[in-house]
Write a protein that binds this ligand. Structure first.
Ligand SMILES: [Zn+2]
Ligand SMILES: [Zn+2]
Length: 148
């Protein structure tokens, strides 16, 4: 679990000045391994220290995403979700409940970087697995699904 020195160091390495709001937002994401929306982060951070405005949280998230310390997950039409990426990982998204789970990191074949880049360069390739999570798959097996 990311401790205080680890978070301060991650900010420094990313070239970001350590500010209380950056620290709070990154610590919130790193400690919980959740994929929280900006609203959830705003509520969670202020539960600990009621001092950050919504705009401050949003701007802080932007800076962390730009620096590469936080990843923004496209929300399939829902609100974007944010994820501290002190440890790299892939994702699994449940079609039924929209839940997001981490999948242990593995490297993809370097040849993939050459494909579909349209003259640009590929920095990294991430995989999203889609299907039914354990709970939803279990519910379907117990007869909760329609038409089966
Ligand atoms: Zn599910
Ligand atoms: Zn994740």
């Amino acid at each position: 679990m990311a401790g205080e020195p680890e978070i301060a160091q991650a900010l420094r390495q990313a070239g970001l000045r350590l500010t209380p709001q950056r620290y709070d937002v990154l610590a919130f994401l790193a400690a919980r391994r959740v994929h929280a929306t900006a609203d959830e982060i705003f509520l969670g951070v202020n539960r600990a220290h009621p001092r950050l405005s919504r705009a401050t949280v949003y701007n802080t998230l932007r800076a962390l995403v730009r620096s590469g310390l936080v990843r923004e997950l496209a929300g399939d039409g829902a609100a974007a979700r944010f994820d501290a990426r002190l440890q790299r990982h892939h994702h699994f998204v449940c079609d039924a409940c929209g839940g997001i789970e981490d999948v242990e990191w593995f490297e993809l074949p370097p040849a993939l970087r050459q494909r579909g880049r349209g003259g640009g360069t590929v920095r990294e390739i991430e995989v999203i697995f889609r299907g039914s999570c354990r709970q939803c798959a279990g519910r379907a097996r117990r007869g909760g699904a329609t038409g089966s």
